[in-house]
Design a protein around this ligand. Structure first.
Ligand SMILES: Nc1ccn([C@@H]2O[C@H](COP(=O)(O)OP(=O)(O)OP(=O)(O)O)[C@@H](O)[C@H]2O)c(=O)n1
Ligand SMILES: O=P(O)(O)OC[C@@H](O)[C@@H](O)[C@@H](O)CO
Length: 394
């Protein structure tokens, strides 16, 4: 990631930044403005970002350019856009894509509801793609909603894990410095271009280890693991009773398997947890032999739309107490999970069933609960869509 100033009052070596950029014939396509307007007040400096996304990803060795390769069924570039979008002080995000991928890119923006995005045509090299993005920002074009920013962040579309603090450091450094011979000596080729054409000496800012670029196929697997780990951090246990019950013991056992667990019982708390973007739910149905509580939860999740961005895991937990309900009847009730799961999959909600044996013998009960907790942890961590609708038995 690099950043550069676009005009405005800058520090040392003002140089003819972007001098030579004349009128642009780039068609600029833009998505909704609403969040840009909302975010405009966050940061006094006018900041925009350019994302080069016009490569073919030869080293990945697959026909689809890597920026469009799916990770948990969502294209890689959508994660990068999400990372930049949540930074409210980035006013505009200009993405450079090839003509043949333009429509696909518009589809991604629409489907994942990205905001503040403008599209320009990519060039034959990364630098040319960046240049096209800068041109769209540098000129006041008729019918363009883009305005000239003071600082532009250049960020590869294939680096999905960029954090706000590093972006802020880069932007602040772009404002503050402008002169560093060491960085110029040991920096990347982009810094040389900035010097050669704009007479700007850049400052290198240390990034986080997560800033790596998806280049080879193995990087896609690594990115998927990181995303899975992140969305599995918060787990919400929903119970249909506030009374002390075996469900509470399951929750205790789960604490040994999983961290950061939040338990809720009332509808109101649950709404809040969903709003806070929790993507993993364990729904314990104690009082009824069917899916009453699970249904309530699924309805809330559907209404919230949180599964647009990530697959949400819901594990519907039931207890098998031979004394109260015969095994055959219990199974018949629970087999409906297959139909529910199929429906939910269309909404990116992964529904699994778990039947925990509830014997009188304390030692056996402990073992069942431990086994149940292990299955729950695995389902949450793996998010395996092949196992949806299965009724696992602990
Ligand atoms: N003509 C180009 C070439 C590259 N890029 C973008 O620049 C970023 C970093 O480049 P790189 O990792 O080299 O991507 P590719 O060129 O696609 O990969 P490869 O070199 O393996 O073909 C990527 O987001 C890529 O899409 C671009 O916008 N326009
Ligand atoms: O082709 P490579 O994968 O070695 O590197 C591409 C990088 O130069 C490019 O992504 C910029 O981030 C660096 O300025």
């Amino acid at each position: 990631m690099e950043s550069g100033r676009l005009g405005g009052s800058g520090p040392a070596e003002p140089g003819p930044r972007l001098r030579g950029l004349r009128g642009t014939d780039q068609a600029v396509w833009a998505s909704s403005l609403s969040e840009a307007e909302a975010g405009a007040g966050c940061f006094a400096l006018a900041v925009a970002a350019v994302l080069p996304a016009g490569g073919s990803g030869e080293r990945m060795g697959v026909p689809t350019p890597k920026q469009f390769c799916p990770i948990l069924e969502r294209p890689l570039i959508s994660y990068t856009l999400q990372a930049l979008e949540r930074v409210c002080w980035i006013k505009d995000i200009v993405v450079a894509v090839t003509g043949e991928n333009m429509e696909a890119m518009k589809g991604i923006i629409q489907r994942y509801q990205h905001k503040r995005i403008s599209l320009v045509e990519a060039g034959v090299t990364r630098h040319r793609s960046i240049f096209n993005g800068l041109k769209a920002l540098a000129e006041d074009q008729p019918n363009s909603r883009l305005s000239k920013p003071e600082v532009v962040i250049i960020h590869d579309a294939v680096r999905p894990f960029v954090e706000e603090d590093v972006l802020l450091k880069v932007v602040t450094a772009a404002q503050e410095y402008g002169c560093s011979d060491h960085d110029l000596e040991f920096g990347t080729e982009c810094l040389h271009l900035a010097l050669k054409y704009c007479h700007i000496k850049a400052k290198l800012v240390e990034g986080s280890p997560d800033l790596w670029k998806v280049t080879y196929k193995r990087d896609l697997y690594a990115a998927e693991s990181i995303i899975k780990e992140r969305i599995s951090q918060q787990i919400c246990v929903v119970m249909d009773t506030k009374d002390e019950h075996v469900g509470c013991r399951l929750e205790e056992t789960l604490k040994n398997e999983l961290n950061h667990m939040k338990k809720v019982t009332s509808g109101r708390d649950l709404q809040q947890i969903i709003l806070e973007q929790c993507y993993s739910f364990v729904c314990v149905n104690v009082m009824t032999s069917d899916f009453e509580e699970t249904h309530k939860l699924l309805n809330m999740l559907e209404e919230s739309n949180i599964s647009i961005l990530y697959p949400v895991v819901v594990i519907s937990v039931h207890f098998l107490d031979y004394k109260s309900v015969p095994f055959g009847q219990k199974m018949e009730n629970l087999m409906h999970i297959r139909e529910f799961a199929k429906e939910m999959k269309k909404r990116n909600i992964l529904l699994y069933g778990l039947l925990i044996y509830y014997p009188q013998d304390e030692q056996k009960l402990k073992e069942s609960l431990k086994q149940g907790a292990t299955i729950i942890a695995a389902l949450i961590k793996e998010r395996n869509s092949g196992l949806i609708g299965q009724l696992l038995v602990a």
